[in-house]
Design a protein around this ligand. Structure first.
Ligand SMILES: Cc1ncc(COP(=O)(O)O)c(C=O)c1O
Length: 341
């Protein structure tokens, strides 16, 4: 199967498995795990923050941030298509008693004026706005890199109202590879940042949440309550450390492949995905046909050995990653020719 559903499907290489099996480990909860600590230090350094915490998933990293920054009854401002607002099972309300105020952005970028307008006045009648969330890269807009100036403007706006900014940087490494701008420069536009090691970077599991020492102290309490403090986690932290050290630059290969995939797909009448809108490894493809909706086409492709993810009736998501290459794009192209004629 050629699997374009997500960059989470990659399997650890033989070298990564070797690093995992030889990792030095300890009980991270009792006395610390040296490999987890080494990973946390290197991610904190990479994003230019004081400290970092290793957690099992990107969802938990974001939810640790929400729990550390907010109290029940608060409101957070978040872009309407963001993962935090749409794909975390309503965790903001379920776990923290926090409501979300969503703003429609442009290519993932929030309008700073709209952010200003969304911040609630200090009043006994209103929820208090205590966090603004941004996402880099922005999944809902097809992996767009939100421009640095746009993020800086939102940060300035939030800062002037004394409200912290959390960056869901699940794919921050893709923004770094695509832009050449350092992770620390991107992360300086936020007070906390989460990154995923198990997406394009290719580790089997793990995310990291970073911020200043006070934030991390509060975050440790939230992680404990969520059951996310792991024991001999050095085995997976070792894979994450290797992924960060070795796999950031190679993400440009995924981005090039995504553009060539979009060029091929856009040539089919019923598919819409302008290649010049593809900036990283995600390609959102519009399907417009009386014969097929996105689900039908995904099923047809699966029968031809190609897996893709339908998002609703009219969108198919394709993601490039280290376990697919040009030959998989050729196979996809041949399958579509066969299906669509
Ligand atoms: C932008 C973004 N944030 C957070 C997550 C959550 O990561 P996880 O699946 O590890 O919980 C994802 C997962 O796809 C994502 O795309």
């Amino acid at each position: 199967m050629s699997d374009f559903r997500s960059d989470t499907v990659t399997r650890p290489s033989a070298a990564m498995r070797e690093v995992m099996s030889s990792a030095e480990v300890g009980d991270d909860v009792l006395d610390g795990d040296p490999t987890v600590e080494a990973l946390q230090e290197s991610v904190a350094r990479w994003v230019g923050k004081e400290r970092a915490l290793f957690v099992p998933s990107g969802t938990m990293a974001n939810q640790v941030a929400l729990g550390a920054w907010t109290r029940a009854g608060d409101e957070i401002v978040v872009e309407a298509a963001a993962h935090i607002a749409n794909w975390e099972g309503g965790a903001a309300g379920y776990l923290h008693g926090v409501q979300t105020r969503t703003l429609v952005g442009a290519g993932g970028a929030l309008d700073p004026e709209a952010v200003r307008g969304a911040i609630q006045p200090a009043s006994v009648h209103c929820p208090q706005t205590t966090l603004v969330c941004i996402e880099q890269t922005h999944m809902g807009s097809g992996g767009r890199v939100v421009p640095l100036e746009a993020l800086q403007a939102v940060h300035r706006q939030a800062y002037s109202a004394s409200i912290p900014v959390h960056m869901d940087g699940a794919r921050l490494a893709n923004a770094v590879a695509a832009s050449g701008i350092a992770a620390s420069e991107w992360a300086a536009t936020a007070d906390s940042v989460s990154i995923c090691l198990s997406k394009g970077l290719g580790a089997p599991v793990g995310s990291v949440i970073c911020g200043d020492a006070d934030f991390i102290e509060r975050g440790m309490v939230v992680r404990k309550r969520l059951g996310g403090w792991m024991r001999q986690a050095g085995m997976i932290a070792a894979a994450g450390k290797m992924a960060l050290e070795e796999n950031v630059e190679r993400l440009t290969e995924d981005h090039d492949l995504a553009r060539s995939l979009a060029t091929k797909l856009n040539a089919f009448d019923i598919l819409h995905c302008p290649p010049d809108e593809v900036e990283t490894n995600l390609v959102m493809v519009g399907v417009n046909s009386p014969r097929f909706d996105a689900d039908d086409l995904a099923q047809e492709l699966a029968a031809h050995g190609v897996r893709v993810l339908p998002l609703g009736r009219e969108i198919l998501r394709f993601v490039t990653h280290m376990d697919v290459g040009p030959e998989d794009v050729e196979k996809l192209d041949a399958a579509l020719l066969d299906i669509l004629g």
